[in-house]
Design a binder for this molecule. Structure first.
Ligand code: EPZ
Length: 439
């Protein structure tokens, strides 16, 4: 069912909302539950499309699952008996490739159709493939469309990632926990969502510890019990609403937000003149006067998260001066710019690296840096969402603009934000969803 949002903008957002569980932790913890011998219970799981798809995938592999309340799901992995990830799931989310490790542990083999890119970049999986090979996995291509993975028993090894890939790090950790001997993953990702997954794996019986300089060390073990475990809060959602509060000159309390995982975001928010108060159960974000421009770069953790970038880009159209964003994680993260320009924003993209951080896109002709001039009044319009995080940026831009906007592509937003309408309404936004093709 497709549909659109209608948004009436031009007034401050005030109130409080409770942030949901993190999509980018929950998806991997659902996958990890297939390693356990029993029924895993995950709490604080967000009700979003990507979670539904990942649970359905578990079902296709033979597992059973059920929601025991709105945010708690039980997954029984004991009946997993199918090693082939149906091709219909490839391209919809990044999780299919992550199922390889649990399937190798349970069935000694896995088959996954090649997962394509999306609007923010080609999204290859070469780091996953190379790392699994280094753990003794045989990887062949079936036809042109599927990878076949085989391994009787994985053997620990020293793996040095070319880039701290979140997914590759998670996949290799899940592979290494049951491999023979010790595995060292160097130049690994260390995002808080990965620590959430590692905590669950350790509770299940895995032996994993983090060493200095982005290193994970895993001692392979054999038994993994099913656990009850909490998904962390979604810091991307928390930051998205924080940006929205400032952009509309409002005052919003985000219940569940934790300073520790958002430190870099809070620093940049302070640099542009935003205000935040750390409270016992969340963070209050409020507009305190004219916003200042900033030079900023996205990076792997603990840097400014690439998923925080699109809403922040929309916010910077309201800062008084010229801001610079250098995107170093994805080739095409600026897919949101054209639409914001159509609403009146003044944004110039360039293929240059407008920042000091090491960047894989130097001289590669990707428009991955932007100059954003503000303050620019935004005009309402009819918008079409290209990807998940741009979707939030569009709703935010419509809330800044005086008048009514119509935003198509609600399915993108529902992939990663649970009950977004309810949350926006809780802070006073004038937003509705209209479902088209209603029978
Ligand atoms: C995860 O994607 C998140 N998705 C992304 O969030 C997030 O933006 C990203 O990590 C970075 O933090 C989930 O967790 C489901 P990567 P992932 O592997 O694991 C390149 C959102 O909106 N790369 O760290 O796919 C890749 O092309 C989504 O919630 C390779 O070249 O990200 C990219 O340029 C968007 N080869 C960079 O590394 C590989 O084998 C980072 O990708 C793997 C990745």
């Amino acid at each position: 069912m497709s549909g659109y949002y209608t948004v009436g903008g031009g007034r401050p957002l005030n109130g409080s909302l409770k942030v949901s569980g993190a999509k980018n932790a929950a998806l991997k913890m659902i996958v990890a539950s297939l390693i356990a011998d029993g029924v895993t219970t995950l709490r604080n799981v967000p009700n979003i499309t990507d979670v539904e798809i990942t649970l359905k995938l578990c079902g296709e592999l033979g597992a059973t699952y059920r929601w025991t309340d709105d945010t708690t799901v039980e997954i029984d992995a004991r009946t997993v008996n199918n090693h082939v990830i149906p091709v219909k799931y490839s391209g919809s989310t990044r999780t299919p490739i992550l199922f390889v490790s649990p399937l190798l542990h349970r069935l000694g083999k896995a088959e996954v159709a090649t997962i394509g890119g999306c609007s923010i970049g080609p999204r290859p999986i070469n780091y996953h493939i190379e790392g699994l090979k280094q753990l003794g996995v045989h990887v062949d291509m079936t036809g042109k469309t599927a990878y076949c993975f085989q391994a009787d028993r994985l053997k620990g090894n020293i793996i040095s990632l070319e880039y701290p890939s979140v997914g590759a790090t998670e996949n290799l950790i899940m592979a290494a926990v049951a491999a023979e001997g010790r595995t060292v993953i160097q130049n690994a990702a260390i995002e808080p969502e990965i620590l959430n997954l590692v905590g669950m794996l350790q509770a299940m019986g895995a032996i994993i510890y983090q060493d200095v300089n982005r290193v994970w060390i895993i001692e392979g073990t054999k038994k993994f019990r099913a656990v009850e475990y909490d998904v962390m809060y979604d810091r991307i959602e928390a930051a998205s609403f924080a940006a929205c509060a400032l952009a509309t000159k409002g005052d919003v309390f985000v219940e569940g937000a934790i300073q520790r995982d958002m430190a870099t975001f809070l620093d940049v928010l302070r640099k542009i003149g935003g205000s935040f108060d750390i409270k016992p159960h969340g963070i209050r974000f409020s507009y305190e006067g004219e916003l200042k421009p900033v030079n900023m770069e996205t990076d792997v953790h603990p840097g400014f998260m690439t998923d925080w970038h699109p809403p922040f880009g929309a916010l910077l159209t309201q800062a008084n001066g010229i801001s610079v964003i250098h995107e170093t994680v994805y080739e095409s993260r600026f897919g949101y710019v054209e639409t914001l320009v159509s609403m009146g924003a003044r944004i110039q993209l360039t293929t240059d690296c407008l920042g000091s951080r090491e960047c894989r896109f130097t001289n590669k002709n990707y428009k991955h840096s932007a100059l954003i001039a503000g303050v620019t009044p935004l005009r309402p319009g009819t918008l079409h969402i290209p990807d998940l995080r741009a979707g939030f940026a569009y709703i935010m831009s419509a809330l800044i603009a005086e008048g009514e906007s119509r935003i198509y592509g609600t399915e993108f937003v529902k992939r990663g934000y649970s009950d977004l309408i309810g949350k926006f309404r809780a802070i006073g936004a004038d937003i509705d969803e209209v479902e088209e093709n209603a029978d």
